[in-house]
Ligand binder design. Structure first.
Ligand SMILES: [Zn+2]
Length: 92
């Protein structure tokens, strides 16, 4: 009865708080939007060439995980990079 209603509401509330918590708890390495946008093309090129930029650019990496708009920018740039490359290096 009331228990059920509370349970459902509680689950939703927990999810909500979890999201808010994740949103508020920024990674200390998070470089922020401005610094990440400066590194966006370099970071995307790293990904496009198949290397892992997360170690070289931990700040932007942490930011892409936390910031949806910047992650979308990265995705778009990456698509443009890999899509336009006609001579993609083929794996051996
Ligand atoms: Zn951002």
């Amino acid at each position: 009865m009331v228990d059920n209603a509370q349970n459902e509401a509680g689950d939703q509330l927990t999810d909500h708080w979890a999201r808010l918590d994740a949103f508020l708890r920024t990674d200390p390495r998070d470089a922020g939007c401005d610094a990440t946008k400066d590194m966006l093309d370099v970071y995307a090129e790293c990904l496009a060439t198949g290397s892992d930029p997360s170690e070289r650019f931990p700040g932007p990496h942490a930011h892409f995980l936390a910031c949806g708009p910047c992650a979308q920018d990265l995705n778009g740039l990456l698509t443009a990079l890999t899509g336009e490359t006609s001579s993609r290096p083929s794996p051996p």
